[in-house]
Ligand binder design. Structure first.
Ligand code: HDE
Length: 711
């Protein structure tokens, strides 16, 4: 028996479980096992030598030069000098969390994968969400597609579902990926801009490559500025296969849908947050999990029988196309929950290594040429990022099931392999480890036996040639306010493009082919004439798909939504208590925000502790604002910070509750009260209405009125 086997037994024993019923506890125990022994208090060098002085280097006299012989100093500084590893070439900025996946009943109809078919198992998972363009230190809220990668530590090996929060991608063939990434990344002569696509090289590339039209439309929509990472949808993008126990294959598209609803920032908020709180998304996810508000998604698949492969007006292998849910509804497979934060960002979030090629029996690939290139790229990139081929031994990447083979040595080898036989077949070590035939229970992996017959050619299939009809389908499926935001986003981004011919090409050759109305609005804003190409439009199989609009994802509750509660001295403490009770019941996150960090006094001299000061916790970080009543109208009306807070929340279309007599304040602010401004004496009378407004996220009807409000 070799060392890996022993490790697995120890892991299972630690978690008090048998290896085939592994759960999150076992993964935690595994990670704990690698922690250094905290019971031994001594500070030591990496060689175990106890250190007597960690404050002073070794010098030739108290005022003398530092001695080269100081091995303690040299070891410490050398290690520090090498603390950083290369960041990911794309998706460098990310945040991760642990959780579990649990399958629903009945999935054996489609797959033999154990973790999808045994509803009694909670499979540990690790999720990492990321932006694509920006470096590690860039802001969270930039306009960008979000990566959404999930590692399932299953009993049959690790399965990585490495998806995005958009269902389509910018290119059809992996050979274009370096070109696309070079175009969107900061420009090489200035290393500007950080985190965004509003610059010449990006728009030069996408206006020359019409296959990008659909994905660019998603990037210009509100999907690309999510409110938080708890409310983004996930998509596997490519067509994959599920294989059942009779080796029957079906094509599938993976989807994961948040229980929290799908919500976005407004553009002004996104830009301000990038400066005021660049860590907004990572902080939000961390704090929600710490507070026991665990985000949850339902994992499902659109299933296409092999005989129906050709029944669409696009190619299932084309990653720039989605299958409207009206044509193929989603079959739910299970749910996953994020319920544990990382202990160490570097060890877990930074060192996790995903690869779309990590699949398990019951799941297989399709011939999507983008997916095929990805199968190579991800393990390859880890060689330079994680320093060699043993990155699977890093705790966060280790499978929880036994793994043995004859791969040996190499950089950062952390196993001590025993025995003489590191080859197969062998008679010295009883031919261990052995191949597992496919036919046995829990058999070995076998690729789906797809029949292949073709010429070796560099050519794109004709079935990949329609680039515009689904971009139009997406635009036409959006709610009017979402369409307006798309127009605004194209206008903003193209306004940052210096070269007129690039702006013109995007509007006249791309947008005019997508939708005349969209092209004309953007063209008008930029002063560009738009040809009417509508006669030549090829139309998608359906005109509109409800589920493409974020409006289709209104959550049932308001768990985890964030409310700013503004209070001043002489506040009505009774109202504060009523709000706090409601907050507990609805499991929302509410912060009592005060003029200064010091506590404020209630009307009866009660002391009320501050959760933060209004200047430091801006309205852009919250979903709604309540200003509490009290014997303090003059003080509130004279507080410029509070007035800015309220104006900004109004401008960002947030539900607002004004308790008590706030007529003077409202007059000063010159706000037109609407369905989203709730004016009441008693919070209990507006609580249900506030909940309704929060579920629907923003007061869209207000948008037409706000242009006049200063930023
Ligand atoms: Fe990636 N991608 N990608 N990608 N991708 C990486 O892998 C690549 C693509 C996605 O949180 C890299 O470990 C190629 C589509 C996510 O660690 C790299 C192609 C989709 C993440 C790489 C694509 C994605 C990555 C960089 C075209 C959505 C972050 C570091 C053939 C379905 C994973 C790394 C994490 C990361 C290559 C296209 C999603 C360089 C060559 C399509 C979520 O290997």
């Amino acid at each position: 028996m070799n060392d890996n086997t022993k490790n697995t037994e120890t892991k299972s024993a630690l978690a008090g479980q048998t290896p085939d019923k592994c759960n999150t506890t076992e993964k935690t125990a595994q990670l704990d096992q690698v922690r250094t022994d905290a019971t031994n208090e001594a500070l030591t060098t990496n060689q175990g030598v106890k250190i007597s002085d960690n404050q002073n280097s070794l010098k030739a006299g108290v005022r003398g030069s530092t001695l080269l012989e100081d091995f303690i100093l040299r070891e410490k500084i050398t290690h520090f000098d090498h603390e950083r590893i290369p960041e990911r070439i794309v998706h460098a900025r990310g945040v991760g969390a642990h959780g579990y996946f649990q399958a629903y009943e009945g999935n054996e109809r489609f797959t033999k994968a154990g973790f999808l078919t045994d509803p009694t198992i909670q499979t540990p998972i690790f999720v990492r969400c990321s932006t694509v363009q920006g470096p590690r230190g860039s802001a969270d809220t930039v306009r960008d597609i979000r990566g959404f990668a999930i590692k399932f530590y299953t009993q049959e090996g690790n399965f990585d579902l490495v998806g995005n929060n958009a269902p389509v991608f910018f290119i059809q063939d992996g050979i274009k990926f370096p070109d696309f990434v070079h175009a969107v990344k900061p420009e090489p002569h200035t290393e500007v801009p950080t985190g965004g696509s509003a610059h010449d090289t990006f728009w030069d590339f996408v206006s020359l490559v019409p296959e990008s039209a659909h994905a660019v439309m998603w990037a210009m929509s509100d999907r690309a500025i999510p409110r938080n990472l708890r409310s983004i949808q996930g998509f596997g993008v490519h067509t994959f296969r599920l294989i059942d126990a009779h080796e029957k294959a079906r094509f599938v598209k993976f989807h994961w849908t948040p229980k929290q609803g799908v919500h976005a920032l407004v553009w002004d908020e996104a830009q301000k947050l990038a400066g005021k709180d660049p860590d907004f998304h990572r902080r939000d996810l961390y704090e929600a999990i710490e507070q026991g508000i665990y985000p949850e998604w339902e994992l499902g698949v659109q299933i296409i029988e092999e005989e129906d492969e050709m029944s669409f007006d696009f190619d299932l292998l084309d990653p720039t196309k989605l299958i409207p849910e009206e044509l193929v509804p989603i079959t739910p497979l299970g749910k996953f929950v994020l319920n544990r934060n990382v202990d160490n960002f570097f060890a877990e979030t930074e060192q996790i290594a995903f690869c779309p090629g990590h699949i398990v029996p019951g799941i297989d690939f399709s011939n999507d040429p983008l997916l095929q290139a990805r199968l190579f790229s991800y393990t390859d990139t880890q060689l330079s990022r994680l320093g060699g081929p043993n990155f699977h031994q890093i705790p966060i990447n280790k499978p929880v099931c036994p793994f043995h083979n004859h791969q040996r040595d190499a950089m950062h080898q952390s196993e001590i392999h025993k025995g003489q036989a590191s080859y197969q077949p062998n008679s010295i070590d009883n031919n261990w480890p052995i191949e597992v035939p496919v036919a046995t229970q829990n058999g070995g992996f076998e690729s789906y036996q797809e029949r292949v017959d073709g010429h070796k050619i560099r050519q794109r299939s004709e079935s990949f040639s329609d680039h515009f009809s689904q971009a139009r389908l997406y635009y036409q499926s959006l709610a009017p306010h979402e369409q307006k935001h798309v127009v605004d986003a194209y206008t903003f981004e193209l306004s940052k493009v210096k070269r007129q011919h690039i702006r013109e090409r995007e509007v006249q050759s791309i947008l005019a082919n997508i939708d005349t109305d969209l092209a004309q609005q953007v063209g008008k804003n930029l002063g560009i004439k738009v040809p009417d190409l509508a006669e030549n439009f090829k139309h998608a199989m359906i005109e509109k798909s409800e589920r493409l609009s974020m409006q289709a994802f209104i959550p049932e509750d308001i768990k985890g939504r964030k409310i700013a509660v503004l209070i001043h001295d002489n506040v009505n403490a009774e109202s504060v208590r009523t709000i706090q009770n409601w907050v507990m019941k609805e499991k929302v996150i509410a912060h009592l925000l005060t003029p200064m960090p010091a506590p404020v006094k209630g009307m009866r001299d009660e002391e009320i502790t501050s959760d933060g000061m209004q200047k430091a916790e801006p309205s852009i970080a919250y979903d709604a604002v309540i200003i509490v009543d009290g014997d303090n109208s003059n003080m509130v009306s004279a507080d410029g910070v509070t007035k800015h807070y309220l104006l900004e929340a109004y401008k960002h279309l947030k539900p607002m509750v004004f308790l008590g007599d706030k007529s003077a304040l409202l007059d000063q602010l010159e706000l037109s009260p609407d369905e989203g401004t709730l004016i009441q004496d008693d919070f209990r009378h507006v609580a249900e209405k506030l909940k309704h407004l929060l579920r629907h996220h923003r007061i869209w009807s207000r948008e037409a009125l706000i242009e006049a409000i200063p930023a």
